[in-house]
Design a protein around this ligand. Structure first.
Ligand SMILES: *[C@@H]1O[C@H](CO)[C@@H](O)[C@H](O)[C@H]1NC(C)=O
Length: 238
């Protein structure tokens, strides 16, 4: 009985390695087939964003960011317990692969909520406050460039992400809502909020890079987990 079980397990493992794809939601493409790359990536977005525990990929919609802080351009920022919603709906604008280099361009609309502390200078205004915050971003375009190396493990090869960088810009709008600015003094808070929402693009350049970086880092790390588990032959036809 034991021997039979062992044998069946063995057959199962063998068949599994031969036939079962770990990532059936990814259609492998040739590097030069950009249409295939783009549509394959698009199909994978919602699946990956939902999380893939078996591949070590955390759920990314919503994405939870415990703590993001920064001090730049005279503004001290702290964001805790941030929830990022909407990443599953990101559109893949482009995906390119050339040797060890990969770049992906995503267009996303997301809502961030959490706890904030702000103090210092917001462009021309002094700003100070702490409480709940909400930032609604419509159509941010993020381009992420990845550098990978191939790693061999057993008989398979895998991609390993060694470096990445990103750029981001917003096409449509950013709406800021910081509760309890200036300890709830509306007379002080209103003009600052109005100013921020009227000059959303300049403010975004000032305030957002640490949060956007944290989100991109998370996406890259989770994608790297997937690459560590899924052999290259299931991700690429080259
Ligand atoms: C974030 O959490 C840290 C550590 O718990 C705390 O010291 C800080 O005041 C919190 N900041 C915000 C914005 O809630």
């Amino acid at each position: 009985m034991k021997a039979l079980l062992l044998f069946l397990t063995f057959v199962h493992v063998l068949v599994g390695t031969v036939h079962c794809s770990l990532a059936p939601f990814i259609r492998p493409c040739y590097a030069e087939d950009r249409a295939c790359l783009k549509s394959s990536a698009q199909a994978a977005v919602a699946v990956v964003a939902a999380g893939l525990p078996a591949l070590g990929v955390e759920r990314m919609d919503p994405m939870h960011l415990e703590h993001v802080s920064a001090n730049q351009a005279g503004l001290i920022m702290e964001f805790n317990n941030t929830q990022v919603r909407g990443l599953r709906h990101c559109r893949v604008l482009d995906l390119q692969r050339e040797g060890p280099r990969m770049s992906v361009e995503l267009q996303c609309s997301v809502v961030l909520t959490g706890d904030y502390v702000l103090s210092g200078k917001l462009l021309i205004f002094r700003i100070q406050g702490s409480g709940r915050y909400k930032i609604t971003i419509r159509d941010i375009v993020v381009k992420v460039s990845l550098e990978t190396v191939e790693r061999k493990k057993g008989r398979e090869r895998y991609w390993s992400v060694v470096r990445w960088r990103h750029t981001a810009h917003v096409l449509t709008s950013v709406v800021y809502h910081f509760q309890n600015l200036f300890n709830g003094d509306e007379a002080l808070a209103r003009p600052v909020t109005q100013f921020a929402n009227k000059n959303w693009r300049a403010i975004f350049t000032e305030v957002s890079p640490p949060i956007v970086s944290a989100i991109v880092d998370r996406i890259v790390h989770q994608t790297a987990h997937l690459f560590e588990k899924v052999p290259l032959t299931q991700l690429s036809l080259d």
